[in-house]
Design a protein around this ligand. Structure first.
Ligand code: PEP
Ligand code: MN
Length: 358
C-alpha cells in the first residue's frame, strides 16, 4: 500500500470518528430529554430491561468483524455515560445547591440572621435537666447579648439505660425560660410524630447526627414552617449530608442550617474528627448557612476554643457549644460541657480572636 493510500484510509477513519462523535453527542441529548421526562414521572433512570433490549437489538444486527461481546462492551460504556449525564443534570438541579440559587440563604431566628456574614452562636446544656439549670445558662447567654439557647429534651443516647431526656416537659421548660429572657430555642426532635406539638415550644428543630438519614423525619421537618438545624451524620459523606438537606428543602422548607459536628474516624484523641474543610465545601456547594458544633466534634474542653476559632476563620456562620452550670453532675456529656466561668472565658477569647481578624 502506498503512503498516499494509507493517508486516504486515515482520512476516512478521521471522518468516521467525527461522525461517531456527532452521533454519540446527538444520542446524549436525547438521553438527557428522556432523563428529564423520567424525573417528572418519578421513574427510575436506570432500566436494566430496556438496556438488555437495546443490547439484543444491536447484537442481532451485528455482522462483524467485531464479536458480540466487544460490541456489548462498547455500547455498555455509551449507556453508562448517558446515565451519568442524566445524574449530573439531576445534581445540578438540587434545590440546596448554589447552582440553583447563587445568593446565601439567611435564616432569621427571632432577628438573629444566620448566614448574614457575621458569626452567630448557639449555647446551652446538652440536655434539659431542670428549670433552674436551664435558667442559669439562659441568663449567661442573655448577658452576652446572645439570642440562641440550646437544650436537648429528646436525647438519642447510645445506651437505652442512659438519661433519655425529659421529653415534652423539657420543651416546656425551654419555652418558659426562653420567654422570660426573650431567647430562641434550638432543640432536637427524634420522632416525626412529635414535630407538630414541638413547634409550639421551640424556634429551631434540631435533627441530630443519628437521624441525619431518618428520611421520614427530614420530610416532616421540611413540611413545617420552622428553621431546621441539620447535623451531619456520624459517618456521612458530604454528599449524603447535602442530600439529607435536600429532603427537607424538597418539602418546601428552605430555612436550614447545616452543622458539621465531626465524623467517625480511626482517631481516638478526639471524640470525633472535626472535618473543618467540610465548612468551605458546604458553603461552596450549597447556599445554606453552616455551623460548627465544637462540643461533639472534639469531646474535649481544651479544644473548644481553638476549634471555634478555626471554624470562624474558615468561614462558618456560627458555632455551637454546650454549657452547663455544673458539668460534673450533668446527666449527659459531662466531660466536655463548659461551666459558666469557662463559658465566659471561651466567649471573650473567641470575640478577641474575631475582632483581630476583622
Ligand atoms: C446534640 O447536639 O445534642 C447532639 C446529640 O449532637 P449530635 O447529634 O451531633 O451527636
Ligand atoms: Mn451533648
Amino acid at each position: 500500500m502506498s503512503n498516499q493510500e494509507l493517508d486516504q484510509l486515515r482520512k476516512q477513519v478521521d471522518e468516521m470518528n467525527l461522525k461517531l462523535l456527532e452521533l454519540i453527542n446527538e444520542r446524549a441529548t436525547i438521553v438527557q430529554e428522556i432523563g428529564k421526562a423520567k424525573e417528572k414521572q418519578g421513574m427510575n433512570r436506570y432500566d436494566p430491561v430496556r438496556e438488555r433490549g437495546m443490547l439484543d437489538l444491536i447484537t442481532d444486527h451485528n455482522d462483524g468483524p467485531f464479536e458480540n461481546s466487544t460490541i456489548e462492551h462498547i455500547f455498555k460504556e455509551i449507556f453508562k455515560a448517558g446515565l451519568e449525564l442524566q445524574q449530573d443534570d439531576h445534581r445540578k438541579a438540587l434545590l440546596v445547591s448554589r447552582k440553583k440559587k447563587p445568593e446565601d440563604t439567611i435564616v432569621d431566628i427571632k432577628g438573629d440572621k444566620i448566614g448574614d456574614g457575621q458569626p452567630h452562636f448557639i449555647f446551652g446544656p446538652c440536655a434539659v435537666e431542670s428549670y433552674e439549670q436551664v435558667k442559669i445558662v439562659a441568663e449567661a447567654v442573655k448577658s452576652k447579648g446572645l439570642k440562641l439557647l440550646r437544650g436537648g429534651a429528646f436525647k438519642p443516647r447510645t445506651s437505652p439505660y442512659d438519661f433519655q431526656g425529659l421529653g415534652l416537659d423539657g420543651l416546656k421548660i425551654l419555652k418558659q425560660v426562653a420567654d422570660e429572657y426573650d431567647l430562641a430555642v434550638v432543640s432536637e426532635i427524634v420522632n416525626p410524630a412529635d414535630i407538630e406539638k414541638a413547634i409550639d415550644y421551640i424556634d429551631v428543630i434540631q435533627i441530630g447526627a443519628r437521624n441525619m438519614q431518618n428520611f421520614e423525619l427530614l420530610k416532616t421537618a421540611g413540611a413545617v414552617n420552622k428553621p431546621v438545624l441539620l447535623k451531619r451524620g456520624l459517618a456521612a459523606t458530604i454528599s449524603e449530608f447535602i442530600n439529607a438537606a435536600e429532603y427537607i428543602i424538597s418539602q418546601g422548607n428552605e430555612n436550614i442550617i447545616l452543622c458539621e459536628r465531626g465524623i467517625r474516624t480511626y482517631e481516638r484523641a478526639t471524640r470525633n474528627t472535626l472535618d473543618i474543610s467540610a465548612v468551605p465545601i458546604l458553603k461552596q456547594e450549597t447556599h445554606l448557612p453552616v455551623f460548627v458544633d465544637v462540643t461533639h466534634s472534639t469531646g474535649r474542653r481544651d479544644l473548644l476554643l481553638p476549634t471555634a476559632k478555626a471554624a470562624i476563620a474558615i468561614g462558618a456562620d456560627g458555632v455551637m457549644a454546650e454549657v452547663h452550670p455544673d458539668p460534673a453532675v450533668a446527666l449527659s456529656d459531662s466531660a466536655q460541657q463548659m461551666n459558666l466561668d469557662q463559658f465566659d472565658q471561651f466567649y471573650s477569647e473567641l470575640q478577641k480572636g474575631i475582632s483581630i481578624r476583622s
